[in-house]
Ligand binder design. Structure first.
Ligand code: 5GP
Ligand code: ZN
Length: 114
């Protein structure tokens, strides 16, 4: 999608610090980290958010969680704890409308979230 920041990162039009990529997904360092580890994992395919998912995307979402777990282990935060966050629409604070999963770690996170 032409105007999408994450599609532009995937195509190389906008630079990003890539930490992982495969045929389905890309993971980058968030440009404005809110935790010592703050990565974004998103599919190469432009999907708006969870409301735009279909049964054929089920394996993709499972794969994203496996990539998140892999990256948490790689960063050495798996045992201590990490959070996977997916914001959908305005009240949740979604600002980029290409589905993505935040991998947050390296500090304690409150519950309930703010
Ligand atoms: P959302 O608010 O939609 O859940 O998360 C979007 C995330 O994308 C934010 O944490 C924001 O800092 C990050 N972000 C927005 N634009 C860019 C960018 O150009 N590069 C990178 N690396 N992260 C971005
Ligand atoms: Zn996109």
């Amino acid at each position: 999608m032409d105007s999408c920041i994450f599609c532009k990162i995937i195509s190389g039009q906008i630079p990003a610090r890539k930490v992982y990529e495969d045929e389905l997904v890309v993971a980058i360092e968030d440009i404005a980290p809110v935790a010592p580890v703050h990565l974004l994992i998103f599919p190469r395919r432009h999907i708006v958010n969870s409301l735009d998912l279909h049964p054929e995307n089920n394996a993709l979402i499972g794969h994203i969680f496996q990539v998140a777990a892999h990256l948490a282990k790689e960063r050495g935060v798996a045992d201590k704890g990490f959070r996977i966050v997916n914001n959908n629409n305005a009240d949740a604070g979604q600002s980029v409308f290409h589905i993505h999963f935040h991998l947050l770690a390296g500090r304690h996170f409150n519950w309930p979230p703010g």
